[in-house]
Ligand binder design. Structure first.
Ligand code: ADP
Ligand code: ADP
Length: 226
């Protein structure tokens, strides 16, 4: 699914200009890292794509040929993973992953099949019946990824999904994550302020500064022209 942003801007009610009119184009199946310092507008951009925040008039967000600028969040089929997991702590791993699928009104067999698939792919078999509170940080993050993959989203938005983890685990999980995204052929936007992480995981890096995407290129292109 292609993702296209045209002239997307956002001013919060208190007058803060979070995004200046900005463009972004992501090809189907591409992994794009959004890289930039704290406060440059990365989270706002993701929230607009997800439908959690309304952009200023004149902004346009497209998924493929669909103009989704005014489409409610529940119709967008976007998956989201955040730094702070947002899992249900007292529910089991399986319960957390199945939750979103039940909301989609999938049948019992279809839910079972999808849950089993993502549990296997995210290597969570030993923990299916454990409560989230009994898992380590890395295991929790795997559950968050499994939960996001299960509904087969058209686009996956990841906001610093690894930043709560220690350095070694971050490297392991980012390799796994890149593998999963490619395997599912999911179009993904990955927010980070860590340049090495952005370069390692992405097909392309979009560099943001002061509310705008100011440069886009492959990691190789950006290394040559930093
Ligand atoms: P990050 O830099 O990781 O995006 P922040 O600490 O800037 O995290 O923001 C955390 C949350 O607080 C976000 O949901 C953001 O939308 C919100 N937020 C950030 N700045 C403001 C602000 N000035 N007024 C209200 N909410 C804000
Ligand atoms: P980043 O994710 O790159 O840290 P954000 O999108 O969170 O950037 O924030 C961009 C700018 O918008 C910052 O100046 C932040 O303080 C401000 N901001 C974020 N959320 C809100 C909000 N709900 N209300 C007002 N200002 C906000």
């Amino acid at each position: 699914m292609t993702l296209t942003l045209k002239s997307v801007s956002k001013t919060y009610p208190d007058g803060t200009v979070a995004l200046q009119p900005t463009e972004l184009h992501v090809e189907p199946g591409e992994i794009v890292s959004l890289l930039g310092p704290s406060g440059c507008g990365k989270t706002t951009l993701l929230r607009i794509i997800a439908g959690l925040e309304t952009p200023n008039a004149g902004s346009e967000v497209r998924f493929g040929d669909d103009d989704v600028t005014n489409m409610p969040v529940e119709h967008r089929k976007v998956g989201m993973v955040f730094q702070s997991y947002a899992l249900f702590p007292n529910m089991s791993v399986k319960g957390n992953i199945a939750y979103g699928l039940k909301m989609q009104k999938l049948g019992r067999d279809a839910i079972e099949e999808r849950v089993t698939e993502v549990i296997r792919l995210c290597q969570l078999e030993p923990y299916v019946d454990r409560r989230i509170t009994a898992l380590s940080g890395g295991q929790r993050q795997r559950v968050a990824l499994a939960r996001a993959f299960a509904p087969r989203p058209r686009i996956l938005l990841l906001d610093e999904p690894l930043s709560a983890l220690d350095a070694a685990l971050r490297v392991t999980l980012r390799e796994e994550l890149a593998g999963l995204l490619r395997r599912f052929n999911i179009t993904a936007l990955f927010v980070t302020h860590d340049q090495d992480e952005a370069m390692a995981i992405a097909d392309k890096v979009a560099v943001m500064s002061h509310g705008k995407v100011v440069q886009t290129g492959t990691p190789e292109e950006l290394y040559r022209n930093p």
